[in-house]
Design a protein around this ligand. Structure first.
Ligand SMILES: C[S@@+](CC[C@H](N)C(=O)[O-])C[C@H]1O[C@@H](n2cnc3c(N)ncnc32)[C@H](O)[C@@H]1O
Ligand SMILES: [Zn+2]
Length: 277
Protein backbone atom coordinates (compact mmCIF):
# COMPACT_ATOMS: atom_id res chain seq x y z
CA UNK A 1 0.00 0.00 0.00
CA UNK A 2 1.39 3.42 -0.94
CA UNK A 3 1.87 5.84 1.93
CA UNK A 4 -0.38 8.86 1.41
CA UNK A 5 1.34 12.12 2.22
CA UNK A 6 -1.17 14.88 1.70
CA UNK A 7 -4.65 15.50 0.41
CA UNK A 8 -5.05 17.43 -2.84
CA UNK A 9 -7.92 18.82 -4.89
CA UNK A 10 -7.30 16.10 -7.49
CA UNK A 11 -9.81 13.31 -7.96
CA UNK A 12 -9.34 9.80 -9.28
CA UNK A 13 -10.48 9.61 -12.91
CA UNK A 14 -11.57 6.00 -12.33
CA UNK A 15 -13.75 6.27 -9.19
CA UNK A 16 -13.77 10.04 -8.50
CA UNK A 17 -12.58 9.71 -4.89
CA UNK A 18 -9.99 12.22 -3.69
CA UNK A 19 -6.39 11.63 -4.71
CA UNK A 20 -3.67 12.07 -2.13
CA UNK A 21 -0.02 12.61 -2.90
CA UNK A 22 2.09 9.57 -2.21
CA UNK A 23 5.75 8.91 -2.95
CA UNK A 24 6.16 9.76 -6.68
CA UNK A 25 2.45 8.97 -7.24
CA UNK A 26 -1.10 10.01 -6.47
CA UNK A 27 -3.52 7.44 -5.10
CA UNK A 28 -7.16 7.15 -4.01
CA UNK A 29 -8.60 5.08 -1.18
CA UNK A 30 -9.87 2.42 -3.59
CA UNK A 31 -6.26 1.68 -4.49
CA UNK A 32 -6.06 3.34 -7.92
CA UNK A 33 -2.63 4.88 -8.29
CA UNK A 34 -1.12 7.22 -10.87
CA UNK A 35 2.66 7.53 -11.09
CA UNK A 36 4.42 10.83 -11.46
CA UNK A 37 6.26 11.02 -14.77
CA UNK A 38 9.99 11.76 -14.68
CA UNK A 39 9.24 15.46 -15.24
CA UNK A 40 6.83 15.49 -12.26
CA UNK A 41 3.42 15.56 -13.97
CA UNK A 42 0.63 12.99 -13.78
CA UNK A 43 -1.49 11.58 -16.54
CA UNK A 44 -5.13 11.32 -15.42
CA UNK A 45 -6.63 10.29 -18.73
CA UNK A 46 -8.12 6.84 -18.48
CA UNK A 47 -9.79 4.69 -21.11
CA UNK A 48 -9.32 5.52 -24.75
CA UNK A 49 -6.14 7.57 -25.31
CA UNK A 50 -6.68 10.89 -27.11
CA UNK A 51 -5.72 10.96 -30.77
CA UNK A 52 -2.41 12.62 -31.62
CA UNK A 53 -4.34 15.39 -33.37
CA UNK A 54 -6.27 16.42 -30.24
CA UNK A 55 -3.48 18.20 -28.40
CA UNK A 56 -0.44 20.20 -29.38
CA UNK A 57 2.51 18.15 -30.60
CA UNK A 58 6.13 18.59 -29.47
CA UNK A 59 7.01 20.94 -32.32
CA UNK A 60 4.01 23.20 -31.60
CA UNK A 61 4.95 23.23 -27.92
CA UNK A 62 8.54 24.21 -28.72
CA UNK A 63 7.39 26.97 -31.04
CA UNK A 64 4.83 28.31 -28.54
CA UNK A 65 7.39 28.38 -25.73
CA UNK A 66 9.89 30.24 -27.92
CA UNK A 67 7.27 32.72 -29.16
CA UNK A 68 5.67 33.46 -25.77
CA UNK A 69 9.08 33.57 -24.10
CA UNK A 70 9.92 36.61 -26.20
CA UNK A 71 7.06 38.45 -24.49
CA UNK A 72 4.94 39.07 -27.60
CA UNK A 73 1.71 38.30 -25.69
CA UNK A 74 2.75 39.82 -22.35
CA UNK A 75 -0.10 42.40 -22.45
CA UNK A 76 -2.53 39.48 -22.51
CA UNK A 77 -0.75 37.75 -19.61
CA UNK A 78 -0.99 40.99 -17.64
CA UNK A 79 -4.70 41.38 -18.36
CA UNK A 80 -5.38 37.77 -17.34
CA UNK A 81 -3.40 38.29 -14.12
CA UNK A 82 -5.32 41.47 -13.38
CA UNK A 83 -8.61 39.64 -13.88
CA UNK A 84 -7.85 36.87 -11.37
CA UNK A 85 -5.94 38.71 -8.68
CA UNK A 86 -7.61 40.85 -6.06
CA UNK A 87 -9.76 38.00 -4.81
CA UNK A 88 -8.73 35.79 -1.94
CA UNK A 89 -7.85 32.35 -3.22
CA UNK A 90 -6.25 29.09 -2.27
CA UNK A 91 -6.63 27.12 -5.47
CA UNK A 92 -5.97 28.36 -8.99
CA UNK A 93 -6.22 26.34 -12.20
CA UNK A 94 -5.47 26.74 -15.91
CA UNK A 95 -7.52 24.55 -18.25
CA UNK A 96 -5.71 23.87 -21.55
CA UNK A 97 -2.56 25.41 -20.07
CA UNK A 98 -0.21 24.45 -22.90
CA UNK A 99 3.44 24.75 -21.89
CA UNK A 100 2.59 26.82 -18.83
CA UNK A 101 3.39 30.40 -19.84
CA UNK A 102 0.27 32.08 -18.43
CA UNK A 103 0.32 30.24 -15.09
CA UNK A 104 3.99 31.05 -14.70
CA UNK A 105 3.31 34.72 -15.40
CA UNK A 106 0.46 34.63 -12.89
CA UNK A 107 2.60 33.08 -10.21
CA UNK A 108 4.95 36.03 -10.55
CA UNK A 109 2.19 38.45 -9.58
CA UNK A 110 2.26 39.55 -5.95
CA UNK A 111 -0.26 38.04 -3.55
CA UNK A 112 -0.35 34.54 -4.96
CA UNK A 113 2.22 32.96 -2.62
CA UNK A 114 1.04 29.72 -1.05
CA UNK A 115 -1.76 29.21 -3.58
CA UNK A 116 -2.10 25.62 -4.83
CA UNK A 117 -1.91 25.61 -8.60
CA UNK A 118 -3.04 23.10 -11.23
CA UNK A 119 -2.44 23.21 -14.97
CA UNK A 120 -4.30 20.72 -17.16
CA UNK A 121 -3.90 19.94 -20.85
CA UNK A 122 -4.57 17.00 -23.14
CA UNK A 123 -1.09 17.26 -24.68
CA UNK A 124 1.64 15.22 -22.98
CA UNK A 125 4.48 17.16 -24.66
CA UNK A 126 2.92 20.43 -23.44
CA UNK A 127 2.48 19.18 -19.87
CA UNK A 128 5.96 17.63 -19.82
CA UNK A 129 7.49 20.93 -20.95
CA UNK A 130 5.47 22.84 -18.34
CA UNK A 131 6.52 20.46 -15.54
CA UNK A 132 10.17 20.70 -16.47
CA UNK A 133 10.18 24.48 -16.48
CA UNK A 134 7.81 25.27 -13.60
CA UNK A 135 7.98 22.59 -10.88
CA UNK A 136 5.89 24.48 -8.28
CA UNK A 137 2.65 23.81 -10.14
CA UNK A 138 0.97 20.40 -10.37
CA UNK A 139 0.70 19.67 -14.08
CA UNK A 140 -1.89 17.15 -15.17
CA UNK A 141 -2.67 15.48 -18.49
CA UNK A 142 -6.47 15.65 -18.71
CA UNK A 143 -9.14 16.09 -21.36
CA UNK A 144 -11.33 19.14 -20.66
CA UNK A 145 -14.07 17.61 -22.78
CA UNK A 146 -14.22 14.43 -20.69
CA UNK A 147 -13.23 15.12 -17.06
CA UNK A 148 -11.35 17.86 -15.27
CA UNK A 149 -9.93 15.73 -12.46
CA UNK A 150 -10.54 18.22 -9.64
CA UNK A 151 -13.09 17.94 -6.82
CA UNK A 152 -16.49 19.65 -6.97
CA UNK A 153 -16.23 23.31 -5.93
CA UNK A 154 -12.51 23.03 -5.19
CA UNK A 155 -11.26 25.83 -7.47
CA UNK A 156 -11.37 29.51 -6.46
CA UNK A 157 -10.20 30.90 -9.79
CA UNK A 158 -9.44 29.42 -13.20
CA UNK A 159 -8.15 30.66 -16.51
CA UNK A 160 -8.71 29.35 -20.03
CA UNK A 161 -6.58 30.95 -22.70
CA UNK A 162 -7.45 29.91 -26.28
CA UNK A 163 -8.35 26.43 -25.08
CA UNK A 164 -11.47 24.25 -25.20
CA UNK A 165 -14.21 25.08 -22.72
CA UNK A 166 -16.57 22.67 -20.99
CA UNK A 167 -19.38 24.58 -19.27
CA UNK A 168 -20.56 21.63 -17.17
CA UNK A 169 -17.07 20.77 -15.90
CA UNK A 170 -16.15 24.42 -15.27
CA UNK A 171 -19.39 24.82 -13.31
CA UNK A 172 -18.68 21.67 -11.30
CA UNK A 173 -15.08 22.39 -10.26
CA UNK A 174 -15.25 26.17 -9.69
CA UNK A 175 -16.84 27.04 -6.34
CA UNK A 176 -19.89 29.33 -6.08
CA UNK A 177 -18.48 32.87 -5.94
CA UNK A 178 -15.34 31.73 -7.76
CA UNK A 179 -13.91 33.31 -10.89
CA UNK A 180 -13.35 32.09 -14.45
CA UNK A 181 -11.28 34.13 -16.88
CA UNK A 182 -11.59 33.20 -20.55
CA UNK A 183 -9.26 34.73 -23.14
CA UNK A 184 -10.15 34.52 -26.83
CA UNK A 185 -8.69 36.13 -29.94
CA UNK A 186 -10.45 39.35 -30.94
CA UNK A 187 -11.89 39.74 -34.45
CA UNK A 188 -8.80 41.50 -35.83
CA UNK A 189 -6.20 39.32 -34.08
CA UNK A 190 -3.34 38.70 -36.55
CA UNK A 191 -5.72 39.65 -39.38
CA UNK A 192 -2.89 40.91 -41.60
CA UNK A 193 -0.78 37.79 -41.12
CA UNK A 194 -3.83 35.53 -41.43
CA UNK A 195 -4.66 36.97 -44.79
CA UNK A 196 -1.11 36.89 -46.05
CA UNK A 197 -0.41 33.27 -45.05
CA UNK A 198 -3.91 31.82 -45.10
CA UNK A 199 -3.85 30.96 -41.38
CA UNK A 200 -6.26 28.41 -40.02
CA UNK A 201 -7.18 27.43 -36.50
CA UNK A 202 -7.84 30.83 -34.95
CA UNK A 203 -11.08 30.41 -33.03
CA UNK A 204 -13.64 33.04 -33.84
CA UNK A 205 -16.11 32.44 -31.04
CA UNK A 206 -18.03 35.51 -30.04
CA UNK A 207 -18.11 36.65 -26.40
CA UNK A 208 -21.94 36.50 -26.39
CA UNK A 209 -21.90 32.87 -27.49
CA UNK A 210 -19.37 31.92 -24.81
CA UNK A 211 -21.44 33.74 -22.20
CA UNK A 212 -24.59 31.90 -23.16
CA UNK A 213 -22.79 28.54 -23.02
CA UNK A 214 -21.37 29.16 -19.55
CA UNK A 215 -24.80 28.94 -17.98
CA UNK A 216 -23.70 28.73 -14.34
CA UNK A 217 -21.63 31.90 -14.67
CA UNK A 218 -22.35 35.65 -14.91
CA UNK A 219 -20.21 37.81 -17.18
CA UNK A 220 -18.67 40.41 -14.85
CA UNK A 221 -16.32 42.22 -17.17
CA UNK A 222 -14.88 42.22 -20.68
CA UNK A 223 -11.56 43.76 -21.53
CA UNK A 224 -10.12 44.23 -25.03
CA UNK A 225 -6.33 43.99 -25.18
CA UNK A 226 -4.67 45.35 -28.33
CA UNK A 227 -1.12 45.97 -29.42
CA UNK A 228 1.09 46.22 -32.49
CA UNK A 229 4.05 43.87 -32.35
CA UNK A 230 7.18 43.53 -34.41
CA UNK A 231 8.19 40.01 -35.37
CA UNK A 232 11.58 38.97 -36.66
CA UNK A 233 11.88 35.94 -38.95
CA UNK A 234 12.16 33.39 -36.16
CA UNK A 235 9.23 34.85 -34.19
CA UNK A 236 7.06 34.77 -37.31
CA UNK A 237 8.15 31.19 -38.02
CA UNK A 238 7.32 30.20 -34.41
CA UNK A 239 3.96 31.96 -34.56
CA UNK A 240 3.02 29.92 -37.63
CA UNK A 241 4.39 26.71 -36.14
CA UNK A 242 2.65 26.99 -32.76
CA UNK A 243 -0.75 26.50 -34.42
CA UNK A 244 -1.84 23.70 -36.76
CA UNK A 245 -0.78 25.96 -39.64
CA UNK A 246 2.67 24.51 -40.08
CA UNK A 247 1.21 21.45 -41.80
CA UNK A 248 -0.83 23.52 -44.23
CA UNK A 249 1.58 26.25 -45.30
CA UNK A 250 2.39 26.41 -48.99
CA UNK A 251 6.00 26.37 -50.19
CA UNK A 252 5.45 29.91 -51.35
CA UNK A 253 4.30 31.02 -47.89
CA UNK A 254 7.29 29.31 -46.26
CA UNK A 255 9.65 31.08 -48.64
CA UNK A 256 7.99 34.38 -47.85
CA UNK A 257 8.46 33.89 -44.10
CA UNK A 258 12.19 33.37 -44.62
CA UNK A 259 12.42 36.41 -46.87
CA UNK A 260 10.78 38.82 -44.40
CA UNK A 261 13.24 40.24 -41.92
CA UNK A 262 10.59 42.08 -39.91
CA UNK A 263 6.81 42.00 -39.86
CA UNK A 264 4.56 44.32 -37.91
CA UNK A 265 1.25 42.83 -36.90
CA UNK A 266 -1.83 43.62 -34.85
CA UNK A 267 -2.72 41.45 -31.88
CA UNK A 268 -6.13 41.62 -30.25
CA UNK A 269 -7.70 39.63 -27.44
CA UNK A 270 -10.89 39.69 -25.44
CA UNK A 271 -10.53 38.80 -21.77
CA UNK A 272 -13.86 37.77 -20.28
CA UNK A 273 -14.24 37.55 -16.50
CA UNK A 274 -17.04 35.35 -15.21
CA UNK A 275 -18.33 34.84 -11.69
CA UNK A 276 -19.65 31.42 -10.70
CA UNK A 277 -23.18 31.87 -9.37
C1 LIG B 1 -4.02 27.38 -28.62
S1 LIG B 1 -3.32 26.32 -27.40
C2 LIG B 1 -3.28 27.38 -25.97
C3 LIG B 1 -2.31 26.91 -24.91
C4 LIG B 1 -2.11 27.89 -23.74
N1 LIG B 1 -3.33 28.16 -23.03
C5 LIG B 1 -1.50 29.15 -24.28
O1 LIG B 1 -2.26 30.07 -24.61
O2 LIG B 1 -0.27 29.22 -24.39
C6 LIG B 1 -4.66 25.22 -27.07
C7 LIG B 1 -4.29 24.18 -25.99
O3 LIG B 1 -5.45 23.39 -25.74
C8 LIG B 1 -5.01 22.05 -25.59
N2 LIG B 1 -6.18 21.19 -25.83
C9 LIG B 1 -6.78 20.87 -27.01
N3 LIG B 1 -7.83 20.05 -26.79
C10 LIG B 1 -7.89 19.86 -25.42
C11 LIG B 1 -8.76 19.11 -24.57
N4 LIG B 1 -9.77 18.40 -25.06
N5 LIG B 1 -8.53 19.15 -23.24
C12 LIG B 1 -7.49 19.85 -22.71
N6 LIG B 1 -6.64 20.58 -23.48
C13 LIG B 1 -6.85 20.58 -24.81
C14 LIG B 1 -3.89 21.92 -26.61
O4 LIG B 1 -3.05 20.81 -26.32
C15 LIG B 1 -3.19 23.26 -26.43
O5 LIG B 1 -2.19 23.21 -25.44
ZN1 LIG C 1 -9.99 5.57 -7.60
Amino acid sequence: MTELISQTELICPTCRLALAAADRAFACESGHSYDLAREGYINLITGKAPSALQGDNAEMVRARRAFLGRGHYRPLAEAVAEAVTGMSMQVLADFGCGEGYYLDQLMNTPGLKGVRVYGTDISKPAIAAAAKAYPLTQWVVADTNRLIPLADGSVDAAIDVFAPRNAAEFGRVIRPGGRLVVAIPGPAHLADISERFGLIGIQNDKPAKISSQLNEFDLLDTKRVEDEILLDTSSLRDLLEMTPNARHLSEQARAEVERLSETRTHIEFDVLSFGRR
